[in-house]
Write a protein that binds this ligand. Structure first.
Ligand SMILES: [Zn+2]
Length: 473
């Protein structure tokens, strides 16, 4: 069996064959850096991480591009509300996105083109569309894409062409599914854009790019540079992007190049945050940093997400997260146990057989449209059967650990070693210093409070003649 993926374009699971194997060009729509990314956004980014890691596991050479939307309707509005220039407003959110990505163990993309530094490519794309007669200047001074000139408009989202409001226009980046109209490629600069520094000169008038144009221009520029092609192997994003965003990306790109824009379109489903405790604390807006600040192990978040197929909606609850944390702990204990047994260099035996069977199941699950829930079920079957085999003195650990390491290269759900977590270490050291200060000032109440604070995070301290020592309990 080989990898098969559900292609939104055909509404079918299709065998995956890239244009020029082993290379796979993968473009994923990145965050709009007007604010912190929501954990729902990260569900999409994690599904894309699984996809990319499994492509590599399967022997492909993936080139992953993720854009950063640092100019659009929302970023301009947010910058204006904060009284800042666009780049001042977005810079900390770009930084936060990378920190959250690293916390969640998402592998960095090979390229992160930014909209604000890719404007020349966008201007060139608009010029191409104007030359081909599929774009026009509206009386408001903005440049629009004429959907009537692109015969296959609506193919991805399966819009009934009779619904198209031909000649009617929409200027905003986001618009309703039942409202397909000519959309803005380039928006004439308004005083509000100029105030935050979101306007550029172009031969067809000073203005700023529309959100949809940005992704077309950045992806085509990147794959042109890296791979001399105008067709992506895979384009992925959340289901909410199918219309209008991805539909418009196809229209702009294909009308300009005359080539298919992307061969496989993959879309991840929504995440619902319904945990009563969580929703009380955070409302419906939960960021990756909220989880990190609560000391949640990223491995548990990853396992929780893998346990629901990427094309099914997932409810994020405290209970589900706690259950995933238990699973991660069990897996970590099993992994350490197998590792301890590898000293004998034993490659054969019951444990090796179980691991080989697991790897077959793991592969057939993920080959089947990235069925991670089934892959995880096979993994925990191995944990169960492997523990029993080890209890009975089975050998084969050296082979088993290699299988586990390969699988972890895809799932990456071994528990984070807390002692090695630099954020925890620096926090503990800072707290111990604060307690020392309190003790020197004879504020024993505060010193006791800090001791309790540390204990609440699982850190036990002991005062010795050579200073305060700490350990995790
Ligand atoms: Zn996009």
């Amino acid at each position: 069996m080989t990898l098969a993926l559900y292609n939104t374009l055909s509404r079918r699971v299709e065998p995956f064959t890239p244009l020029a194997p082993p290379r796979v060009t993968l473009y994923t729509c990145g965050p709009t850096v007007w604010n912190y990314a929501h954990i729902g956004n990260f569900r999409t980014f994690l599904f894309e991480d699984l996809l990319r890691r499994y492509l590599v596991y399967s022997g492909y050479d993936a080139f992953h591009i993720m854009n950063l939307t640092d100019v659009d309707d929302r970023t301009i509005k947010a910058a204006a509300a904060a009284g800042k220039r666009l780049d001042e407003h977005t810079a900390p959110f770009v930084q936060a996105f990378f920190e959250d990505r690293d916390y969640l163990r998402i592998q960095p993309a090979h390229a992160y083109p930014r909209a604000t530094t890719s404007v020349p490519a966008m201007v060139r794309l608009v010029e191409r569309l104007l030359e081909r007669g599929v774009a026009y200047k509206g009386e408001d001074g903005s440049i629009y894409f004429a959907i009537a000139k692109f015969a296959t408009y609506g193919r991805l989202s399966r819009l009934d062409t009779r619904e198209l409001k031909l000649g009617a226009r929409v200027a905003s980046d986001e618009y309703a599914k039942d409202d397909p109209r000519d959309f803005a490629l380039w928006k004439k600069a308004e005083p509000a854009d100029e105030r935050v520094g979101a306007a550029w000169d172009a031969p067809f008038g000073r203005g700023r790019p529309g959100w949809h144009l940005e992704c077309s221009a950045m992806s085509l520029e990147q794959i042109g540079q890296c791979c001399r092609t105008e067709t992506l192997d895979i384009h992925a994003g959340g289901v909410d992007l199918i219309f209008p965003h991805h539909e418009d990306e196809i229209a702009q790109s294909e009308a300009a190049t005359g080539q298919p824009f992307a061969r496989y379109w993959l879309h991840g489903e929504f995440l619902n945050v319904r945990g009563t405790k969580m929703s009380k604390r955070f409302g419906n807006f939960l960021t990756a940093r909220d989880l990190r600040e609560q000391g949640v192990d990223a491995a548990a978040v990853r396992l929780l997400f893998w346990q629901t197929h990427y094309r099914k909606a997932l409810d994020f609850t405290d209970e589900a997260l706690a259950a995933a944390a238990v699973g991660v702990k069990r897996l970590g204990e099993f992994y350490e146990r197998v590792k301890r047994e590898t000293g004998n260099g034993n490659r054969h035996g019951r444990l090796a057989e179980l691991a080989a069977k697991f790897e077959t199941d793991f592969r057939s699950a993920l080959d089947d449209d990235l069925n991670a829930p089934r892959a995880c079920a096979a993994l925990f079957q191995l944990v169960h059967d492997g523990n029993a085999a080890l209890d009975a003195g089975a050998s084969g650990a050296a082979a088993a650990i290699e299988v586990l390491d390969r699988a972890m290269g895809v799932l990456d759900i071994l528990p984070t070693s807390k002692a090695l977590d630099p954020a925890l270490r620096s926090w503990v050291e800072e707290r111990i210093a604060a307690r020392d200060k309190a003790r020197k000032a004879k504020d024993f109440k505060e010193a006791d409070r800090i001791r309790a604070e540390l204990l609440a995070k699982g850190v036990e301290i002991e005062d010795t003649p050579s200073g305060t020592k700490w350990r995790l309990v």
